[in-house]
Design a protein around this ligand. Structure first.
Ligand code: ADP
Length: 450
């Protein structure tokens, strides 16, 4: 199925740049499982578990992958261990199937009923048919009544509040990036501060800015600083805060998140890894869940039901080519800005910030900045870490602690590999071959291909 292939490729590309992203990996694993590739799914669930051993969705997924491969013994071990820790609707359904396979009908029925009580959407036609003689057959109306049960499980939407921050950093703490700061000022800060003026001239307010670029280059930092710049609250939303595939209440969560931002206006609402919301649309087309999430997101963004006064929406992605094109319509993310690796000035600024509070000599930041071309903010942090570790090691050896100097940083820079090359290898291809409407001209300019 072409749709599934595309979704798989999108997810794998996204994982190549953020391999530690467990929710994303679970999406991939679930997609593989659904398209009848339990062996491949198993590998991804295992990888997810190696990073997040306590993740119940990963455990349930692994059990389901075993089950699909006919490895019932392994499946039951994983399911029972999981259910010992916490109730889990998907795992209970699987448990019911396993118990039924062992001929333990009554136990299977108990597990299945527990699953439905947790989440009415877990209804399984096969189990319904095979267990119906043990409990009354379900009328269609009953099925409808069962649905709200699932909605209340897990995190009830009304109580679902994310942590709100009031960042103290401002644009002054963001090195370089002058053009991007200016765009943010014009597109979202000025309309917020001079709303009446904009309305008087019939100028539309709303929509957001999508920031894209290699990982670790300051997208999140810039979003926080935007909030600090106008003394607004800051609400950061990760993929795992939104997606709740087992219970199907992602839409409610999204609505609750936007509501929280509206209540706390002025507020910068920042969506990280927004591409994955789009990727979920293609991978879950058959299940329908992903499309609903995207549509809900767009409706919230458009302010269909509630106005987004005082809410500034910023989103970030490392893989803009996977962002759902519906996101880019006017009034949505109609500004798409490239956040390149920090330039020399920004690198010096970042280094200065990173060594704050450490014992330092008179460091020549400009010199170190020149030696770290192509380094991301995260790479620079690695440089400082390596230099500090070296210092500690030699202090232990000589018994004399010495301050960090220019030479230490320059030496450490040689041992750290920049992480942005890999991203540009992929980005270059999209910029050269899929540059519709000049969407990636900035990448070409950065790579001096234009
Ligand atoms: P991204 O969101 O693009 O993956 P981050 O915003 O998390 O990257 O940046 C990684 C680190 O680098 C952050 O700790 C941030 O403080 C620092 N950093 C990146 N760019 C800058 C910049 N221009 N000025 C100051 N610090 C920066």
């Amino acid at each position: 199925m072409a749709g599934t292939d595309d979704a798989e490729r999108a997810l794998r590309d996204a994982l190549a740049v953020s391999p530690e992203n467990v929710p994303l990996r679970l999406h991939l694993a679930d997609t593989l499982l659904r398209s009848g590739r339990p062996g491949d799914a198993e590998a991804e669930y295992r990888e997810a578990l190696s990073r997040a051993p306590a993740n119940t969705n990963a455990q349930a997924g692994l059990a389901a992958a075993f089950f699909q491969q006919g490895r019932f013994g392994e499946a039951i071990v994983v399911v029972e261990a999981l259910l010992d820790q916490a109730p889990h609707a998907g795992a209970l359904v699987l448990h019911a199937r396993l118990l039924l396979a062992e001929g333990r009908e009554a136990d299977a029925a108990t597990a299945y009923l527990a699953a439905l009580e947790l989440d009415g959407e877990e209804r399984d036609p096969d189990l319904d048919a095979r267990l119906q003689h043990l409990f009354p057959p379900t009328e269609p109306e009953d099925a409808e009544q069962a649905e709200p049960v699932g909605v209340h499980v897990g995190v009830p939407a009304d109580d679902f509040d994310l942590e709100i921050d009031r960042p103290s950093e401002t644009f002054a703490d963001v090195g370089g990036m002058e053009r991007i700061k200016e765009e943010i000022r014009i597109k979202i800060i000025h309309p917020l501060e001079h709303e009446e003026l904009y309305r008087a001239y019939g100028k539309a307010i709303g929509g957001g800015i999508l920031l894209y670029g290699p990982p670790g280059c300051g997208k999140t930092h810039l979003a926080r600083a935007t909030a600090g710049e106008i003394s607004a609250s800051f609400l950061a939303v990760g993929l795992s805060d939104v997606l709740d595939m087992w219970l199907g209440n992602s839409e409610k969560r999204l609505h609750a998140i936007f509501d929280q931002a509206r209540r706390r206006a002025p507020c910068v609402l920042f969506f990280d890894e927004v591409d994955a919301l789009g990727a979920s649309r293609s991978s879950f087309q058959s299940a329908g869940g992903g499309r609903n999430v995207v549509n809900q997101f767009l409706a919230e963004l458009d302010g269909v039901q509630d106005r987004n006064d005082g809410v500034l929406v910023l989103a970030a992605t490392n893989t803009p080519w996977h962002v759902d094109s519906a996101f880019r319509r006017p009034g949505r993310f109609d500004r798409v800005l490239f956040v390149p690796p920090p330039d020399e000035e920004a690198r010096a600024a970042i280094l200065r910030i990173l060594v704050q509070g450490k014992p330092v000599d008179d460091i020549d930041f400009a010199h170190v900045a020149r030696k770290t071309e192509g380094f991301s903010g995260a790479d620079l942090r690695a440089v400082v870490d390596v230099a500090v570790e070296d210092k500690i090691r030699s202090a232990m050896r000589d018994g004399v602690p010495r301050p960090l100097g220019t030479k230490d940083l320059a030496a450490a820079a040689k041992s750290v590999k920049t992480s942005t090359h890999e991203w540009f290898a992929t980005a270059r291809n999209y910029a050269l071959h899929a540059n519709e409407g000049g969407a990636y001209d900035d990448i070409l300019t950065y790579l001096r291909l234009r």
